[in-house]
Design a protein. Structure first.
Length: 83
């Protein structure tokens, strides 16, 4: 018997609740997705196109570092980022 944990509920091959059930597999966001999700599309574009043989400009580095720490704190979960 295969068990799958979905949002805190164990599902088995046995009887199923009445009503509509949607199973979703959620994964954490990448840092790039996180940046876009919090409205930093310019920083995403800069990081995509930047040649990393030179340091980032200080303002971009500082902003990226602050957002990286925030990304680590919120766990990159889409629902939290959307808030």
């Amino acid at each position: 018997m295969r068990r799958r944990l979905t949002l805190g509920v164990y599902l088995t091959d046995e009887s199923f609740p009445v009503g509509k059930v949607t199973l979703l597999d959620l994964y954490p966001m990448s840092f790039e997705e996180f940046l876009a999700g919090v409205g930093n599309q310019r920083l995403v574009e800069l990081l995509r196109s930047y040649v990393f043989s030179h340091p980032l400009p200080q303002t971009a580095h500082d902003r990226s570092w602050d957002l990286w720490k925030r990304y680590l704190i919120v766990g990159s979960l889409p629902e939290v980022v959307d808030l």
